[in-house]
Design a protein around this ligand. Sequence first.
Ligand code: PMP
Length: 397
Amino acid sequence: MFQHVEAYPGDPILSLNEAFGKDTRPGKINVSIGIYFDDNGKIPMLPSVRAAEHKVVNDAGARPYLPMEGAANFRSAVQQLLFGTDSAAVKEGRVVTMQTVGSSGGLKIGGDFIKRYFPQSVMLVSDPTWDNHRAVFEGCGMTVKTYPYYDSATGGLKFEAMLEALKAADKHSIVLLHACCHNPTGVDLSKEQWQALVPVIKERELIPFMDLAYQGYGDGIDEDAFAIRLFAEQGLSFFVANSFSKSMSLYGERCGALSVVCPDAAQAVNVLGQMKATIRRNYSNPPIHGGQLVAQVLSDATLRPMWEAEVKEMRERIQLMRRKLHDVLSAKVPGRDFSYFLTQRGMFSYTGLSAEQCDRLREEFGLYLVRSGRMCIAGLNSGNVEAAANAIAAVLK
Ligand code: PMP
């Protein structure tokens, strides 16, 4: 019956993570998977989220289905977090937000909606991007192409080439943009570069699809929403998928949202209606618990500042690890420029290490990074960063 079902090769990152679990060497270091670990190498349970959970569990009642679009308190808290407390677009009723099953769920719902209402539109993603972007959007039946992004010669951005590609894109092309902390490279647009994109998007009538999976890990919670707020102020129509997996360390609760900024409130009503229909035929409605933790943290006068301080601590720990890597490597491998560790932001850095060098790091030193050379800086801590830097220096010599 199932002879024609081919073997699943597995997800390269998750497979690496499994191999790490089986490795018995005591000094092994995991910088492959995109998870934030604290300085003790543990996934944190944020005190603000724990306090919210006590409250949510104490107050818990019956468990009816949520509406297809999710809980109202979660949805409005997300709008304020993304667009700011004073957003004209939100006040004008032009923004619709749906609670989704992780931001992966938001990408999928958005992709299904786009396939239905913009059937000819091609999805343009950065070269490179998070592997699952291609998988999800192709899974929605879309054609996925790339625009130039990462410059391996500088460890920075090919902004001019990116702009040229977008100027040549077909009308209503969907442009997937990482709002901050680009995965996998850590290379972000500057404020001026975001501003320079706006006239091109308007002129070519492109539809941005922003992915905000690491809010607060770059420059700050509000700072990392800069591009989203800019696009909204500039009157663009666009999609945003955002995640609480990293910012609240709620990976397994699958908390995310999809927002759509529309030209006017009447169109927003219809977009919300069709999004509900899209959700209904995918998974009917989202789960309650995780979303209530998020809503509680975001709206509680005590928990909100607590969470902001926790995010700051995570961000600063990552920055410290970047600095340590940079300093040890610069000392050990003179003549080579490691400044990209300092300019790239968020959890990931593209190290420029080859697949063979990554294999050596794994086999000889127990340092696990993705074969593309992507490193999750949040897997480093004060106890292992020096060993990681020494191992990298060894394969670079
Ligand atoms: N987008 C990007 C760029 C990501 O890195 C990730 C998580 N690795 C996601 C989306 C999905 O996150 P979630 O856990 O919210 O589904």
